[in-house]
Design a binder for this molecule. Structure first.
Ligand SMILES: Cc1cc2nc3c(=O)[nH]c(=O)nc-3n(C[C@H](O)[C@H](O)[C@H](O)COP(=O)(O)OP(=O)(O)OC[C@H]3O[C@@H](n4cnc5c(N)ncnc54)[C@H](O)[C@@H]3O)c2cc1C
Length: 404
């Protein structure tokens, strides 16, 4: 059995960033990342919209707001220094009705409190900026960018290895035992021991927490985010990212038009309750995954309080016309045959027993384990400061620290 200072579970962007920052915070320490898939970034990190968020939406002062702002800058700096392509194309949040205009103005105030530069855009200027987009008013967020988070993750992984860290893929963690001096982890590629242990397991966060002996007060519920892709002749339809005004009760941003770094435009994602945590095709259902959330009282409360939105999303998923209607509100010329198939993503959404959909980052721990219980969007944008925060916490205090 090999001994390490730190064991990190999860080769998504949060686990990799944590490993990199552990090495930066404590040069020469030994770090091992265990990833169950045969390649890195195969789940949320590799199936998302690729947006570098500016941090517009989040409650001022929340961890999410602070980390997103820091993450937007850190991601661009990291990309600059590691040769990862990204583009700062800006985003427009478009209001198409009077209630949305009111919410848009609230959003502008929130942006101000979050220190995010925004520009109020009237109807005429919106036409100038995006001739194919219709709305009453909009908010321009110039700092928003686009990137491929798989490529960011690969660059982080290279840095982890260059600093002496090890990354083992195909290594599913199956058992975790903690004692006074450290944590022993059994995996499909061997047994390892670490003085401290961090889990960044995304869609499996609650299960890995349970393996570690915790009794998690949350459950991960999979929300599919289904995308479409526009055909080549629609490639120039927008230059900015174009978003609707989000529903403040939901942690999702609404179906948006997203130019990608490789020159395509995606439409999406919606948010439909998933039949499997890691089943990317629509009809894949895992009895274990479904039973897990159906047995959880918090999920029934979510279903009751969001029944109407849930039904609309399911209809939009089954009938593309419903989906199209959401986009045509702000981009009326799109037609049904413009919606071409594109891979879906699945969000790991933590739900508490009382039915709260957790909007912010959530950490749970024991003396020697730290579990990232919820790392929702914009955690790809914020992954660098999140990793730094976790590393500081592990290196700076408690057992297994510089002193412990
Ligand atoms: C549809 C969608 C759109 C999004 N859009 C954006 C966006 O535009 N911008 C943004 O900032 N954020 C976005 N996000 C959010 C962002 O993608 C996630 O917050 C982020 O990728 C979370 O990273 P992670 O490392 O925590 O999780 P993941 O990338 O899911 O990684 C977790 C890893 O843990 C591994 N693992 C799990 N269990 C085990 C085990 N037992 N043993 C070993 N390994 C294990 C998994 O295989 C996986 O690789 C989006 C998410 C989705 C789903």
């Amino acid at each position: 059995m090999t001994d390490y200072d730190y064991l990190v579970v999860g080769g998504g962007i949060v686990g990799l960033s944590t490993a990199m920052h552990l090495e930066r915070a404590r040069p020469g320490c030994s770090v091992l990342v265990l990833e169950k898939e045969n390649a890195l970034a195969q789940h949320q990190t590799g199936h998302n919209s690729g947006v570098i968020h500016a941090g517009l939406y989040y409650t001022p002062g929340s961890l999410k707001a602070r980390l997103c702002r820091a993450g937007e800058r850190a991601t661009k700096e990291f990309c600059d220094s590691h040769g990862v392509p990204y583009r700062t194309i800006g985003k427009l949040v478009v209001a198409t009705s009077a209630p949305e205009v009111r919410r848009l103005r609230d959003l502008a105030l929130r942006a101000d409190r979050n220190g995010i530069e925004v520009e109020a855009v009237d109807r005429a200027r919106l036409r100038e900026l995006e001739p194919h987009v219709a709305g009453l008013e909009a908010l321009l967020v110039p700092a928003t960018g686009i990137v491929d988070y798989r490529r960011v993750s690969e660059a982080i992984a290279e840095e982890v290895r260059a600093a002496g860290g090890q990354i083992l893929t195909g290594a599913r963690v199956t058992a975790i035992a903690e004692d006074a001096d450290g944590v022993t982890v059994r995996s499909t590629r061997g047994t390892f021991r670490g003085r401290r242990f961090v889990a960044c397991a995304g869609l499996q966060a609650d299960r890995v927490a349970r393996l570690g002996g915790l009794d998690p007060d949350f459950r991960i519920v999979p929300f599919r985010g289904e995308y479409h892709e526009l055909p080549d002749h629609r490639a120039g339809i927008v230059d900015h990212l174009v978003y609707p005004v989000p529903d403040p009760a939901l942690p999702f941003l609404g179906v948006h038009l997203t130019p990608t770094v490789d020159g395509r435009i995606t439409v999406g994602p919606n948010a439909v309750l998933g039949g499997a945590r890691e089943g990317y095709r629509r009809r894949v259902v895992s009895a274990r995954d479904v039973a897990d959330y159906l047995r959880f009282p918090g999920m029934w409360k979510v279903a009751r309080s969001h029944a109407r939105t849930g039904a609309r999303e399911v209809l939009g998923s089954v009938f593309r016309r419903g989906y199209l209607a959401q986009v045509r509100k702000y981009c009326p010329e799109l037609r049904l045959d413009d919606l071409r198939p594109h891979a879906a993503g699945i969000r790991a959404q933590a739900v508490m027993r009382d039915g709260t959909l957790v909007h912010d980052f959530l950490l749970r721990g024991t003396p020697r384990q730290l579990h990232v219980a919820n790392a929702p969007s914009p955690a790809a944008t914020s992954a660098l400061p999140i990793g730094e925060m976790i590393a500081d916490r592990l290196v700076g205090s408690g057992p297994g620290s510089r002193r412990g």
